[in-house]
Design a protein around this ligand. Structure first.
Ligand SMILES: Cc1ncc(COP(=O)(O)OP(=O)(O)O)c(N)n1
Ligand SMILES: Cc1nc(C(=O)O)sc1CCOP(=O)(O)O
Ligand SMILES: [Mg+2]
Length: 227
């Protein structure tokens, strides 16, 4: 990557952002990824977390396989939390939260790679911007069963509050998002949706992604037509 990702390109990457690790998937995660990419996933985050999560070589092996799939599809590959791993693999970016390494330090370490930061308030979002975030992840928008230590449900109001306060950084909603909820999340100001279970636990990950991406596409086409 020669320079920082442009905000307009970042917004495209956030449209249908799949987050996953082995514990989220009832079948081989690489199968879920293959299907999701075929269905039109626009970015993928490797989030290997939880009691039964892979560690050591098996974790690195899975991380590399998913990275290879993303590379073949031309879709950015983001590593959650583990900056060392992201640098070792030469991933396209890192996502960190408020309890992880300081965003400003991560920005220095990763150069122009994509930096995503979780934010729950206007103050956290403003700090993430100062520290060099390329996008912010906002949640949980709805109740989620995929993150044990999730904060209180925020609803879509938080997205509106952030936009009304002047925050223009690319922004993705996360937490309990399903195809039926995509329009509400985008309408409130998000550029896209980040999902785990709606895709990883679907009977067909490909169809789930197609449905979510289709809802998003329709929303943005309507928005364009109304301008
Ligand atoms: C896109 C996106 N948004 C938010 C998060 C959550 O990050 P964090 O608060 O650090 O929690 P963990 O995912 O590390 O448990 C995310 N991963 N991705
Ligand atoms: C990884 C993650 N972060 C969240 C946050 O609120 O920051 S909620 C969440 C889990 C999202 O999974 P699902 O789509 O299955 O609800
Ligand atoms: Mg984290």
């Amino acid at each position: 990557m020669t320079g920082r990702v442009e905000p307009s390109m970042m917004r495209q990457h956030l449209r249908m952002y799949l987050v996953l690790g082995s514990i989220d998937c009832p079948v081989d995660p690489t199968h879920v990824v293959q299907e999701a990419l075929a269905g039109g996933a626009t970015m993928i985050q490797f989030r290997e977390k939880g009691d039964d999560a892979l560690v050591g070589e098996p974790m690195i092996h899975l991380a590399r396989r998913i990275q290879h799939q993303c590379h073949q599809a031309g879709v950015p590959y983001i590593v959650n939390d583990d900056v060392e791993l992201a640098l070792k693999l030469n991933a396209d970016g890192v996502h960190i939260g408020q309890d992880d390494e300081c965003a400003a330090d991560v920005r220095k370490r990763i150069g122009n790679r994509i930096l995503g930061v979780s934010a729950h308030t206007v103050e956290e979002a403003e700090r993430a911007i100062r520290h060099g975030a390329d996008y912010i992840g906002i949640g949980p928008i709805y109740p989620t069963r995929s993150k044990d230590d999730a904060r209180a449900v925020q609803g879509t109001d938080i997205l509106r509050i952030l936009r009304d306060s002047g925050i223009d950084l690319p922004m993705v909603g996360i937490g309990g998002i399903t195809a039926e909820r995509v329009e509400e999340v985008l309408c409130a100001g998000a550029d896209g949706v980040a999902v785990i279970s709606a895709v990883t636990r679907a009977e067909s990950a490909r169809e789930a992604v197609e449905t979510i991406a289709g809802a998003s596409e329709r929303f943005f086409l309507r928005k364009l037509a109304n301008h």
